[in-house]
Design a protein. Structure first.
Length: 278
């Protein structure tokens, strides 16, 4: 039997699919980020199943145990505290290992903070770039933002309340004072969409509003990008290919950096980097 990834509610406990509930009831074991948190959901729906903790601090330790159970034919269900595992949550290491070993896997559609926030913002709903949480120290975050500066797509960030104001200030200093929407507590009682700009939120947000998880939707660049000498990105493609980067990674990274269609970069790789990339 497979590993089954089941999205769970991000706030309102009713935001889980009927299929998701059935899969939880059929599970032999449920791997979850915090057993206490998942137990609240299971108790609400009168589901009693064995739980095993699976979070960012024990992912590697638990990996072989879960892979063996999947290989032995058990129904192993993977959930996170809220939303879809693997998207700014634990789970990707297990998912990648299952794929590498050729074990069966399924992923259910369901709850996430990303799509409701984009729709609530009303910004760039047809084309966007999902960043998630800005990782690393200040300089690493700044470098990541510099890479996104000329991206014309709507940008989507996840933000923790204790870093909110500092990260908004950093984003404004790098990206410019762009229009943005902060969506907080999605599907919960205190859900709210706060509209402003990256550098004016500090004047809009009172202390009592900086609670819970936030999704920050930022308008894409409106700057006119000067014509790019193709040799610049082509040289970088060759360098990354020779370093062993995959076609997918090269295309994704450089399409954002240089605002070039991914398919154009992939064609160049196929024509010029045969044998150098996977």
């Amino acid at each position: 039997m497979p590993l089954i990834v089941v999205p769970t509610p991000i706030g309102n406990l009713e935001d889980i699919t009927l299929r998701g509930l059935r899969i939880l009831r059929e599970a032999d074991i449920i791997a979850c980020e915090d057993t206490r948190h998942t137990l609240k959901l299971l108790n609400h729906y009168e589901i009693k199943k064995p739980l095993v903790s699976y979070h960012k601090f024990n992912e590697t330790e638990r990996l072989e145990i879960l892979l063996k159970r999947i290989g032995d034919g058990e129904n192993v269900v993977l959930v996170s505290d809220a939303g879809t595992p693997g998207i700014s949550d634990p789970g990707m290491i297990l998912i990648q290992a299952v794929i590498e070993k050729g074990l069966p896997m399924d992923v259910l559609p369901g709850a996430n903070a990303l799509l409701p926030a984009i729709l609530l913002s009303g910004m760039g709903m047809d084309s966007f770039t999902f960043i998630g949480f800005l990782e690393g120290k200040k300089e690493e975050k700044k470098s990541r933002l510099e890479d996104l500066k000329q991206n014309r797509e709507t940008l989507v960030f996840y933000m923790a309340p204790h870093r909110l104001l500092k990260e908004l200030e950093l984003m404004g200093s790098v990206l410019g004072d762009r229009a943005a929407v902060l969506v907080k507590e999605i599907s919960k009682v205190h859900q709210e969409s706060i509209r402003g700009t990256l550098l004016t939120f500090k004047d809009i947000l009172s202390e009592d509003k900086i609670r819970g998880e936030f999704v920050c939707i930022v308008e894409g660049s409106k700057e006119t990008v000067p014509a790019l000498d193709d040799s610049v990105w082509m040289d970088e493609v060759l360098m990354m290919c020779r370093a062993g980067e995959s076609t997918k990674n090269v295309a994704n990274l450089l399409s954002i950096k240089y605002c070039i269609p991914r398919n154009r970069i992939k064609r160049y790789i196929l024509e010029n980097c045969t044998g150098e990339v996977v």
